[in-house]
Ligand binder design. Structure first.
Ligand code: P6P
Length: 337
């Protein structure tokens, strides 16, 4: 029986988007397709991580002082590889690399975009088969085209992103990305080896009943955050609950679930980490961009994440993201304490 299922691949979708902007150069479409290619290569290794000696620590330690798993290194090299050999990126910043990488060749210097990414977030979960992910954000460079990109290109507020997205390597492998026109999700179809459009124009529900936070740090949180968490636990059907607590320990998985179902994810400042744990440039900014395009909100507890002017490549920030109504509730507790 012929199945007449019109499947739109990532390539077809980006080209379709390009056709609706006659003056577009196609560079952003190329860059997104490059990231999709790297993700497919990472996916192959993630899926067999339990079978080959790619598990376990690579013996190295990254700029964050964290044990680096071999898959982190592999994912980083795949992204640097496709972007440096493409025609759409002048340079990158990565969680795995202390400094930016300026591609500085004639073609790359003509590119108008730079890219920041966390090549494999949640890598501590690799050995226990929990979903992990890649996170990326794309900016228009502020330095002149034709010259090598500079650090200033990477220290832009998140509101300047032209696109942001993530790949989640889970029960299926999905690439979700946002431009100002919307958020769309593509599920990898192994039968054709292509990301295919599966979640059109994703919107984050204004209300949600899922709250995600590490309760192990509860007594280190601010009074306002503690009182909000306490209120979540006391929600009843009559007061818009009951809420459920879900925390995977892999931000891509937690935030993806809350984006689709509604909910709030929190990684607050703690006594041990007064600036929070999560990185502004390549973890929080991309998700904040995605959340806002989808109708949600993202703050550091006081400021809109996308408004923060970065000063360092690997700076951290407290992070709250999710359904607009839940974020407004949280802000009331923070403001009152
Ligand atoms: P904790 C993974 O290491 C990560 O960066 C995020 O993906 C995740 O949400 C967070 O850290 C978990 O941190 O301190 O709760 O284990």
């Amino acid at each position: 029986m012929l199945v007449n299922r019109k499947v739109l691949t990532l390539d077809e979708f980006t080209i379709q988007q390009l056709r609706s902007f006659p003056h577009a150069t196609g560079e952003l479409s190329n860059l997104l397709r490059d990231i999709g290619l790297a993700a497919k290569r990472v996916n192959v290794e993630v899926n067999k991580a339990g079978l080959v000696d790619i598990l376990g620590d690579a013996g190295a330690v990254n700029v964050q002082g964290e044990d680096v798993k071999k898959l982190d290194i592999f994912a980083n090299s795949q992204l640097v590889g496709v972007l440096s050999h493409g025609i759409s990126c002048a340079g990158i910043g990565s969680e795995e690399l202390k400094e930016i990488v300026v591609f500085d060749d004639e073609v790359s210097n003509q590119s108008k975009y730079i890219c920041l990414f966390d090549p494999l977030d949640g890598s501590g979960n690799i050995d226990v088969n929990v979903s992990i992910g890649t996170i990326f954000g794309v900016y228009r460079r502020v330095s002149p085209k034709g010259q090598p990109c500079t650090k200033k290109d990477f220290l832009q507020p998140g509101i300047n992103q032209v696109a942001a997205g993530y790949i989640i390597y889970g029960s299926s492998t999905m690439m979700v990305y946002a431009t100002r026109r919307g958020v769309n999700g593509f599920t990898l179809d192994p039968s054709i080896g292509e990301f295919t459009l599966s979640h059109v124009n994703i919107k984050c529900p204004a209300e949600g009943r899922i709250y995600s936070v590490n309760h192990g740090n509860f007594f280190q949180y601010s009074d306002g955050v503690k009182k909000y968490i306490d209120a979540c636990q006391k929600k009843t059907k009559a007061s818009g609950g009951p809420y459920t607590q879900r925390y995977i320990g892999s931000m891509v998985a937690d935030v993806h679930r809350n984006l689709i179902k509604g909910g709030i994810f929190m990684y607050p400042a703690t006594l041990e980490r007064p600036n929070g744990k999560l990185r502004l440039l390549y973890e929080c900014n991309p998700f904040a961009f995605i959340a806002e395009v989808a109708g949600g909100k993202a703050t550091d507890g006081n400021r809109r994440i996308l408004d923060i002017e970065p000063t360092e490549l690997h700076q951290r920030t407290p992070f709250f993201i999710g359904s607009s109504s839940m974020m407004d509730d949280l802000q009331l507790y923070i403001n009152e304490n």
